[in-house]
Ligand binder design. Structure first.
Ligand code: FES
Ligand SMILES: [Fe+2]
Length: 381
């Protein structure tokens, strides 16, 4: 479906704005157009708090990883004092990218002319700059990126004016307190490069309607209810279940004990949660896993799945053997979602597509659409 020239005129989206059961889905161009994507980058990803990883992924001073957030490479590291920091991954001399991947460094040395930065970002080595007039190393430290954390989840924000993370997350931290995320460690991270829009993937993760078909040979049908009173940049659905859903029923003997001290509703099932703009995480009785959607363009998304367990669970003698059953479950169900997402994207790219309608089983698909429209249309700033 080709898009109109006045792409951000609210009139094109009036039907997507109606209540879920009267609404249409977003027009297909919202998933395929470069202009729509560029507006999302500008109005959403450059202004929001974006999940970038877990603090336990950089446990020791000098540990770092790099991440690409809508085209901006960021270095996340733990400094000598134990503080986690984020910097733009660019040298202040002539702009070279500094680091790749992940690892441990005592200092950051540029691969071009060897300017060297301390882990707190200060430039301390710049041999050859002695004759440069009024050059003060103090003016050429690494450029920091705003970084804040909640219970071990790290978030970055490019907008200096944006309210703090606690305001952004609203009542999420309080409502998910029982999981003791602070005591969890990420034991595995896996990445997939997919040919789909980031919203396609998030929508899929947040609706149960597809589960009996897409997951009929793995996790099967899931029955959820909408959490309709979320305050903050998140939405969730809850699936009552007496035990963890992170292992397949056939492997239930391998299930780990519940998270210590789990109480209330978290003890009675699984939450599937979207933290806007593009992070999903699932929390069940014994563990948590996240799905990060890192947009790479209108039709391309890098998906990162991280698997987290309480430290006490990860220290169990049977952890190594039994966690394989968890990996088996994720490695079976995730490719099913990946395939259907790419297949949906292929269809959305057709010039003949039209907006569709929504089932009562897709309330969050509608919420995602409206969260995005609230930010990108011309009647909003
Ligand atoms: S560009 Fe980094 S030292 Fe020259
Ligand atoms: Fe799914």
């Amino acid at each position: 479906m080709t898009h109109p020239t006045d792409l951000f005129d609210p009139a094109h989206y009036a039907r997507a704005r109606l209540p879920t059961l009267q609404a249409e889905t977003l027009p297909p161009w919202c998933y395929t157009s470069q202009a729509f994507y560029d507006r999302e980058v500008e109005r959403i990803f450059r202004r929001s708090w974006n999940f970038i990883g877990r603090a336990d992924e950089v446990p020791k001073p000098g540990d770092y990883f790099t991440i690409d957030l809508v085209g901006e490479s960021i270095v996340v590291l733990r400094d000598q004092g134990g503080q986690v920091r984020a910097f733009h991954n660019i040298c202040r001399h002539r702009g070279t990218r500094l680091l790749d991947g992940a690892g441990n460094r005592a200092a950051i040395s540029c691969p071009y002319h060897a300017w060297t930065y301390a882990l707190d970002g200060k430039l301390f080595g710049s041999a050859g700059m002695e004759k440069t007039e009024s050059f003060d190393r103090a003016d050429f430290g690494l450029l920091p990126v705003r970084l804040e954390s909640w219970a071990g989840f790290l978030f970055a924000c490019f907008d200096p004016q944006a309210p703090d993370l606690a305001t952004y997350l609203g009542d999420l931290p309080q409502r998910f307190q029982a999981y003791s995320f602070d005591d969890m460690v990420c034991v595995r991270r896996k990445t997939y490069d997919l040919a789909c829009n980031w919203k396609v993937y998030l929508e899929n993760a947040m609706e149960e309607y597809h589960t009996p078909t897409v997951h009929r040979k793995s996790i099967g049908s899931q029955k959820t209810t909408l959490i309709d009173d979320a305050v903050g940049a998140w939405d969730a659905i809850f699936m009552p279940a007496p035990r963890t859903i992170a292992v397949l029923a056939e492997d239930s003997a391998a299930a780990f004990p519940e998270i210590a001290g789990l109480y209330g509703r978290p003890a009675e099932g699984t939450y599937f949660t979207a933290i806007y703009p593009s992070t999903f995480f699932a929390t069940t009785q014994d563990c948590m896993w996240w799905l990060q959607q890192l947009p790479r363009g209108p039709g391309r998304t890098e998906i990162v799945i991280g698997s987290c367990f309480p430290r006490t669970t990860a220290a169990r003698p049977d952890f190594r053997a039994n966690v394989e059953k968890y990996y088996k479950r994720w490695d079976k169900s995730l490719p099913e979602d990946n395939l259907i997402s790419e297949r949906q994207q292929a269809g959305l790219a057709s010039a003949y597509g039209r907006p569709g309608r929504l089932s009562w089983q897709e309330p969050v698909v509608h919420r995602i659409a409206n969260w995005v429209l609230d930010r990108v249309l011309n009647d909003h700033k």
